[in-house]
Design a protein around this ligand. Sequence first.
Ligand SMILES: *Cc1c(COP(=O)(O)O)cnc(C)c1O
Length: 381
Amino acid sequence: MGLSKTIWATPSEFLHSQHPDNPVIFFAPSVLQATAKRFLAGFPGMVTYAVKSNPDEMVIENLVAAGVKGFDVASPAEIALIRRLAPGAALHYNNPVRARHEIEFAVGQGVHSYSVDSRTELEKLIEIVPAANTEITVRFKLPVAGAAYNFGAKFGAPVELAAELLKRVAEAGFVASLTFHPGTQCTDPMAWDSYIRAAADICRKAGVPARRLNVGGGFPSHRVQGELPQLDAIFALIDRVATEAFGASRPALVCEPGRGLVAECMVSAARVKAVRDGEHVFLNDGTYGCMDEQPITGMISRISVLTADGVKRVGEQRKRIVFGPTCDSVDRLPGDIMLAADIAEGDYVLVEGMGAYSTATNTTFNGFGAVSIATVMNLTI
Ligand SMILES: *Cc1c(COP(=O)(O)O)cnc(C)c1O
């Protein structure tokens, strides 16, 4: 990925002067730091960052500068990245299935927190990881809705098994904690309510108090025009329900947002390669590029069309079918997309709120994917 060293005022200024032919992601460090500070001030516990949502070094560095002191990592490469950029940070290795060599690597790097959701993987941890000062966090799941997609489909122990695992963690001499992930882009705060109360039930069933409760990621970002994420309401609910459910034995809280921290700090710009016979729009970025998750989580509707000179088209809009650049027919943005009716070849399509799961999942399939990142003072379009 290319990196532009100059800092530009706005995306429009950059497009006007550079006329880039490859996709560009505009990054505003000021927006990222402001979001991080909102989490640090508002969340009633420790804020860690789920590295997978955007592992860009500038993103990590700005989160550290804003005061983030912990990271949710899922692989040796993510562990090495954070050790290099934030040597003193806490690492929570919260991918519940790991190869033995991965666990050994984490132990060597001083990782002291691991999540688990099964008997076999817990025994593996007990065998390899020294128990002293080390936390094992049991990940559980509930059949609850509210998120853009269900994270419980892959990971998480049902409540009964979670209680059994929590007991075993304590017996083996580790610090026993609990975690869940309500599902990404979780706009229904009641998901946290159900999960926190279930966590208290699991502790009662196991007869083991949890030292910490990690309430996951899943904090929503602003994807739909006019629907602002209710972060403060979610923080307040988590705080209130944790006290109601656990009373005097309330565990310390941890959260591990990915999307909620980074989505807002980036805007993507894709160039219009063609408006084929006046109908379908073909962009130079698509579902094999930075738009990979749009078909899964639903299309972001905060979209603007700018001319080749960076001037916003403000006239009437119409629905279009929009394709990415590869020859695969799944390379299409979901549904019909409302775009300026006079969109033309050479224009730019800008999508706001694109900081999460964009550059991280970009591929070079079919020879595309040459995305660059441009730093801007602000993201106003
Ligand atoms: C992906 C992931 C996150 C981050 O999820 P968001 O929905 O982006 O906040 C947090 N924790 C775990 C264990 C994850 O796998």
